[in-house]
Design a protein around this ligand. Structure first.
Ligand code: GDP
Length: 296
């Protein structure tokens, strides 16, 4: 099952089961909402998000929204669909790439998929935005991280700048110069992660941010960690002022409710989702497409 499938199955089933009548009634609205609420909770959607969604759906379903001649199930699907889009952030939030060059700083806990995603993102901006990206290896703590970035770069024909275990701030500054001399217009910094958030890491990342003025500071989070995503995102955002989130490993998370809660809970857009290990398995996140996927 793919990302969102679990919720999709339950939602559709509940609407179909309870909405056989041709119109919305107080009774069939109540029965459907009860099951939708359960489906959301079972999918690991945050409790606050569930409350908000249910309240909004109820208000619309019971209010003047009801249209003559449209079947109850179709009306309910439309209401839930629209409210899901709202909760997911309405519109796609595109990458800010107007600066020349634009620096994208990738941050996240170790193992979240940062290095893999940096490579995928370079591939994507080259293909979709016609950019000439430069990957910069700054993860001096995780053994093999820089070698991994170099290897992925070679495989996908993307330039990688690295200076081994040298101070990341010096390496980043050299990378900016290198980019200017070699016509790279997007610079993607693969920074160090730790197993847990700690002050030393955050101070280092903050210094790096001050020295490179990124247009985007993107948090890479592992979709498999569930509700913990919200805490990790809030903590990184508090200390680093993120511009967006990339959720990885959603190919393994059919429930996906924690991901669906991120924007409402943290006010940050999900810019991309990763659904596989391959270089092409990173997609821009569109709230409408996600809602279509769940209710389509
Ligand atoms: P980092 O420590 O944050 O740099 O993590 P890595 O980029 O090394 O990723 C950790 C592991 O997660 C690697 O085995 C990746 O191939 C894997 N990974 C990353 N993104 C995805 C994804 O979207 N789906 C799957 N299935 N695996 C992923």
């Amino acid at each position: 099952m793919a990302f969102g499938d679990f919720l999709s199955k339950k939602m559709k089933k509940s609407i179909e089961k309870n909405m056989q009548k041709s119109t919305l009634t107080a009774e069939n609205i109540q029965d459907t909402l009860k099951e939708i609420r359960l489906a959301l909770l079972e999918s690991d959607v945050n409790v606050d998000v569930v409350k908000e969604l249910i309240a909004k759906i109820k208000e619309k379903a019971e209010g003047g929204y009801i249209q003559e001649g449209v079947k109850a199930n179709q009306q309910m699907v439309k209401i839930v669909h629209d409210e899901l889009i709202e909760i997911l952030g309405k519109e796609n939030s595109p990458l800010e790439l107007s600066k020349k060059p634009s620096v994208i700083m990738m941050v996240g806990l170790q193992g979240s998929g940062k290095t893999t995603t940096a490579n995928k993102l370079a591939h994507l901006v080259r293909k979709k935005n016609s950019k000439n990206p430069l990957l910069v290896g700054l993860d001096i703590y995780r053994p093999g991280a820089i070698e991994q970035l170099v290897e992925l770069g070679q495989k996908n024909n993307i330039s990688v700048f690295e200076k081994g275990k040298q101070d990341p701030i010096i390496t980043a500054k050299q990378a900016l110069e290198f980019a200017e001399q070699n016509g790279h217009d997007v610079i993607i910094l693969d920074t160090a992660g730790r197993l847990q958030i700690d002050e030393k890491l955050m101070n280092e990342l903050n210094e790096l941010r001050k020295n490179t003025s990124p247009s985007e500071t993107l948090l890479v989070v592992d979709g498999m960690i569930g509700q913990e995503i919200i805490n990790v995102t809030n903590e990184f955002n508090r200390l680093l002022k993120l511009t967006g989130v990339i959720v990885t490993k959603l190919d393994g998370d059919a429930r996906g409710g924690a991901t669906l809660s991120i924007t409402y809970m943290t006010k940050l857009p999900i810019k991309f989702i990763g659904e596989g290990e391959g270089v092409s398995s990173l997609s821009p996140f569109y709230p409408k497409r996600m809602s279509d996927r769940i209710l389509g």
